[in-house]
Ligand binder design. Structure first.
Ligand code: NAP
Length: 480
């Protein structure tokens, strides 16, 4: 084979199409789930939709004139991905129910040897990780979870078989996922108690449905679709200035979020609970047209006292109050800083990625790691964004990977490994640049390890990243 790709989300899908087009057509995409979609397969909670406009949150080479809304719902995105896989002739390259357990670099043969759950092994010179950053639900270590007598679940494992109408529902967490489903469940639940540890900055989403006229215009004049996509990308990229500490753009952005809060929430006590005290952008800035509106409903209560434990009957907070409920929903995010986990990746000299990353994950341009030849990570360390579309980053990464594979082929090389000095130099500069960004602010976030190292986010705008990844600087690599 030419390559083994792990994961059938946007990264795995893009890799499959571009490998196919480049003639590296002997590859397989291994996926432990039962269909394409990644995060858009896993996250099916009510109200799940993308917080990046759909015109931009799609592949540049597969525009979709049929998006129903400015911010499309999750199932439309998942269906789009399946359609793209069919249209580009790669759907039969996906192997579902194939869970990768280990990937070991065989130096003598210059091959990655991959073992699946069940014992089957495969081998290929190139290994592509499309595992992403948000695939492992996290439960925040809250004690007592297993003692709860009612139903409970994580936002990324929604229980559609449980009808919430008339029930008392405890929602732990008030992040990007929770602010989407809380307004939906508040419409039917008897009572919703929201446990918020830290308030977020929220700006209006201004979502709307596209008219039939607009859809037919996008279909018949693709240049309009492409032009709108470019404009949205450019405006969002320019907004990166607001994600730098101490800039006027950041002050303006913060004021915009606070003005929105003041416009919707009149009660000063509730407003105070919802006002963040850290730099804007430090945590993900959320977009919503209905979260604050849901919090002022009579059947919704916001609790800011710390959650101490889940009890058999509900959720107990630090002040000793037990909030009795029928259902507990954990909107407590994901385990984000160990990247390829739970796959064990073993590189040169038997060193695992976990050992290489004992002080926090790092990669060269987010893709390659010293000591791990021919491994390309997509949406790897330090490639997450707060201001633009991750699909743009994935396309840049896949293009870079294909160029690297072409360079290997042209030179008759079997292995391409980033040089130690280039790897160290890149990461030193990256961490220095990150100190100026809002991710380095005073909050805690899923972008940082417990020791405070920023392992998830890119330090600049996406234009800079696309320029840096246009083609591999081969002097930074050892080809053997
Ligand atoms: P998240 O943003 O990390 O939110 C987790 C929430 O759980 C936070 O409010 C957090 O509070 C809270 N929490 C954690 N431990 C807690 C505890 N012990 N007690 C009480 N609350 C606790 O996770 P997420 O909402 O699943 O979103 C993760 C990421 O997925 C987002 O940042 C975004 O990148 C992506 N996402 C995207 C979309 C989209 O539309 N494209 C939608 C959903 C998610 P603290 O803030 O205090 O830690």
């Amino acid at each position: 084979m030419d390559a083994i790709v792990i994961g059938a989300g946007f990264a795995g899908l893009t890799a499959a199409i571009k490998l196919h087009e480049a003639g590296f057509s002997r590859f397989v995409v291994l996926e432990k789930g039962d269909r394409i979609g990644g995060t858009w397969r896993d996250n099916t909670y009510p109200g799940a939709c993308c917080d990046v406009p759909s015109r931009l949150y799609s592949l540049s080479f597969a525009l979709n004139p049929d998006w129903s809304r400015a911010f499309s719902p999750h199932h439309e995105i998942r269906d789009y991905m399946e359609k793209v896989a069919r249209d580009f002739g790669v759907i039969d390259r996906f192997r579902f129910g194939a869970e990768v357990e280990t990937a070991v670099w065989d130096e003598a043969a210059s091959l990655w040897r991959v073992t699946l759950k069940g014992g089957e092994t495969l081998a290929a010179p190139v290994l592509v990780s499309g595992l992403g950053q948000l695939n492992k639900p996290g439960y925040a270590g809250i004690p007592g979870r297993e003692t709860f007598k009612g139903e409970s679940w994580h936002s990324a494992r929604w229980r559609h078989d449980v009808n919430l109408a008339g029930k008392a529902v405890a929602c732990i967490g008030a992040g990007a996922s929770a602010i989407q489903y809380i307004p939906e469940i508040a419409k039917t639940a008897a009572k919703v108690v929201v446990f918020q540890r830290t308030p977020n900055y929220i700006v209006p989403r201004n979502d709307r449905a596209f008219s039939d006229f607009e859809k037919s215009l996008f279909r018949s004049v693709p240049a309009v679709d492409r032009g709108m996509r470019w404009l949205i990308w450019k405006l969002m990229d320019l907004r990166f200035q607001a994600f730098k500490l101490g800039t006027k753009a950041a002050d303006k952005f913060r004021q915009q979020a606070l003005d929105y809060l003041h416009a919707v929430v009149q009660d000063p006590e509730l407003r105070a609970k919802l006002t963040p005290d850290y730099e804007i952008g430090c945590k993900r800035v959320l977009v919503s047209d209905d979260f604050y509106q849901a919090l002022v409903r009579p059947n919704v209560e916001l609790v800011t006292e710390a959650v101490q434990a889940v009890t058999p009957n509900g959720v107990k907070t630090r002040d000793g109050v037990e909030h009795v409920c029928d259902v507990v929903i954990y909107g407590t995010g994901f385990v984000t800083t160990d990247f390829v986990s739970p796959v064990e990746v073993v590189g040169r000299g038997g060193k695992t990625l976990n050992e290489a990353w004992k002080d926090g994950a790092e990669a060269y341009l987010g893709m390659t790691v010293a000591g791990f030849p021919n491994l390309f990570m997509l949406y790897g360390p330090n490639t997450n964004l707060g201001h633009n579309s991750i699909i743009f980053m994935i396309e840049a990464q896949v293009g870079y990977m294909i160029e690297a594979m072409r360079a290997m082929k042209a030179r008759g090389a079997k292995a391409l490994a980033v040089r130690d000095d280039a790897f160290a130099r890149f990461n030193a500069q990256l961490q220095k640049d990150l100190t100026e960004t809002s991710w380095a602010g005073s909050c805690s976030s899923w972008y940082k390890t417990e020791s405070g190292k920023i392992t998830n986010n890119w330090s600049g705008d996406t234009l800079t990243y696309s320029r840096m990844t246009r083609r591999p600087a081969l002097e930074d690599y050892e080809l053997t």
